[in-house]
Ligand binder design. Structure first.
Ligand SMILES: [Zn+2]
Ligand SMILES: [Zn+2]
Ligand SMILES: [Zn+2]
Ligand SMILES: [Zn+2]
Ligand SMILES: [Zn+2]
Ligand SMILES: [Zn+2]
Length: 290
């Protein structure tokens, strides 16, 4: 108990003595102070931004060199960002970005064009039926003409659309006539060969007379000069058989001819046949029971 009281008394004494000295310390004269300067950071510098600092005297608290820049460290965490990808024919653009200070650096840095073109033929002039066209190769991406491949000709299609024109010469049976046709697209012309005409037949003559059973022939000749085409036409057999000797056969061709009997006799023949049939039938049955 006594020990505690004594300790508190000592603390109080020290406090009182300290209070006596405080005004004395605060009253250190800035004019006469032999300053001891120390840098104080107001705003810390980053990798990309300067900081701010000033100096303060540790003895009299005077300040100087207010707003003195504290240099940026430059210890960026940089990353390349693509602004425009390069193509076969165009340079690309990129810049750097700091993940720490969020500033961009090296803006507008160029990336070389790849040079890997995609070549394709491009038609300059389409061919028509009558006229050739032309084409060249260029890059489908950047449009640069292929420096290694020359342009070429595209052959005319030859696919004319013919419109029938005037007949220049009519066909005969031996000479083809001609017609001049015109192409609707190119205006080109062609001579079109017409079909041969029909022959012009004379009245003809009988080269073989037909018989009662055999066919005959007519021969016709074309009347056009220089043609001489012939055609033969069948004359049917007459069918007029003759049986003068009455033997039931044609005297000319020998074909059997129907008997020339009266209708009365024919009826009698039928009755006779019926009688003969039943007689034969009766005889057969009689024979079975005898
Ligand atoms: Zn000072
Ligand atoms: Zn940075
Ligand atoms: Zn290209
Ligand atoms: Zn044409
Ligand atoms: Zn003829
Ligand atoms: Zn006959």
């Amino acid at each position: 108990m006594r020990k505690t009281k004594g300790f508190i008394s000592v603390i109080l004494c020290i406090a009182m003595i300290a209070l006596l000295f405080v005004p004395v310390m605060a009253e250190v004269d800035t004019e006469t102070c032999s300053h001891q300067w120390r840098w104080v950071t107001d705003v810390a510098a980053t990798c990309g931004d300067d900081g701010v600092q000033h100096q303060i005297c540790v003895l009299c608290s005077a300040t100087r060199n207010e707003n003195t820049p504290l240099p940026a460290t430059g210890n960026h965490d940089l990353e390349w960002i693509l602004d425009a990808a390069p193509t076969c024919g165009q340079t690309g653009i990129e810049h750097q970005y700091c993940n720490l200070c969020h500033h961009t650096y090296n803006e507008g840095t160029l990336i070389s064009a790849t040079g890997e073109h995609t070549w394709a033929w491009v038609v300059d002039t389409a061919p028509t039926c009558g006229e050739a066209g032309s084409q060249h190769r260029e890059c489908t991406v950047c449009g640069q003409p292929d420096p290694y491949t020359a342009g070429t000709v595209i052959q005319a299609t030859g696919k004319h659309k013919w419109i029938e024109g005037d007949v220049i010469s009519e066909s005969t049976c031996i000479v083809h006539g001609q017609r001049e046709d015109t192409c609707e697209y190119c205006g080109g012309t062609r001579l079109f060969e017409l079909e041969l005409a029909e022959h012009t037949w004379d009245e003809g003559y009988v080269s073989l007379e037909p018989g009662c059973a055999e066919k005959g022939y007519m021969v016709y000749t074309c009347t056009v000069e220089g043609c001489n085409a012939q055609k033969s036409v069948v004359i049917p057999a007459t069918g007029n058989h003759v049986d003068a000797d009455g033997n039931g056969q044609c005297d000319v061709c020998g074909v059997s001819m129907p008997a020339t009997v009266s209708s009365g006799t024919t009826l009698w023949n039928i009755i006779q046949s019926v009688i003969d049939f039943f007689t034969m039938l009766y005889n057969r049955i009689a024979a079975l029971f005898s």
